[in-house]
Design a binder for this molecule. Sequence first.
Ligand SMILES: *[C@@H]1O[C@H](CO)[C@@H](O)[C@H](O)[C@H]1NC(C)=O
Ligand SMILES: *[C@@H]1O[C@H](CO)[C@@H](O)[C@H](O)[C@H]1NC(C)=O
Ligand SMILES: *[C@@H]1O[C@H](CO)[C@@H](O)[C@H](O)[C@H]1NC(C)=O
Length: 333
Amino acid sequence: MVRSLAVLAPALAAFLPAAVAHPSVAAGVESRTVAPLSCQLFGDLVSPWWLKACQSYLDLVVIDLRSADEYAAGHIPGSVSLPFEPVSAWSQMEGSLLLNMPPSAELFATLGSIGVSNPSPATKIVLVNGVADPAFPQAASPRVATTIKYAGISEGRVAVLNGGFLAWVEEAYPTTTVVPTPAAKTYTAVENRSFLVNTEYVIANINKKSQGIYLIDGRGTAVYNGSVLEQWASRPGHIPSAVSLPAPNIWNADGSWKNPLELMAQLRGAVGTVGILQARTTGKFVVYCGVGGYASSWYFTLTRILGFENVVMYDGSYQEYSSYANGTLPVEV
Ligand SMILES: *[C@@H]1O[C@H](CO)[C@@H](O)[C@H](O)[C@H]1NC(C)=O
Ligand SMILES: *[C@@H]1O[C@H](CO)[C@@H](O)[C@H](O)[C@H]1NC(C)=O
Ligand SMILES: *[C@@H]1O[C@H](CO)[C@@H](O)[C@H](O)[C@H]1NC(C)=O
């Protein structure tokens, strides 16, 4: 199934220069009580311009995922701190499987404490990440977006600030050290696991490319081909038949998303035109990585930026696969 262009429009809007989309600002319109029309273009990626222009008109919860120290040194006015690392409300950070979805009761309580209610279509969430190389901070926002989806919030209510905190600073927009005190709300929902798959599912879908089912490995090529072993993997290599699609290539050097045509070209390089056509109809993309950050980055990019619907994520990822059944499952190098 193909998502309509109307659904994709907000994603594309994040790539437009602000001056084109918002001529009224250039004309010096300052005091208004009605939100600019462009504030309805919420979704997927938002620009610093959009956030600054629309923050006061909408019921937005802006969440800063950088470390507590970075937040304390200066942050976007009104944003609340909920760091992705080292201790995280967003993912399991200890135990046998790293970065798996957290227990939903704790997550619901955390979301309520920062002023997110559910159901409440009005409240929207904007995620703000740091930027670094390797791109782990960039992956934090899409990881949290998938965690929020798991928490039962519909995707249309969550966006990522394109380029993260760095993009805000590049615009010379104000930062503050004032810490807001959000009014706590009640958050109740049913967790949504429908886009998460387990090891049995992955095993059953090895070597199914002829049916349009592609296992997509989001780790770097040296990890994929087995020349580098990550600390959480018990054996080098990748899941048999998986194609390599390194997630660090999703972003430009400044941490912003590459444009959709470039991203589509990367995908075509990995699965071919046939794979893309199949995924638009009866096929499926199964994304995984080392522990779940880069898998989430492709999950977000494929579903939200490129409009694919048939995408699932292997939350346990290669950490779980490589040690499953006492490490007896086949791997490829
Ligand atoms: C759960 O996720 C599925 C798959 O993306 C989606 O179709 C469904 O609408 C979601 N359910 C809720 C309650 O958000
Ligand atoms: C594995 O990938 C790395 C990084 O791209 C490359 O330098 C290396 O030559 C590759 N090794 C093999 C055996 O393909
Ligand atoms: C894993 O190894 C343990 C100890 O040798 C054994 O008892 C168990 O049956 C094995 N499990 C699987 C799934 O092979």
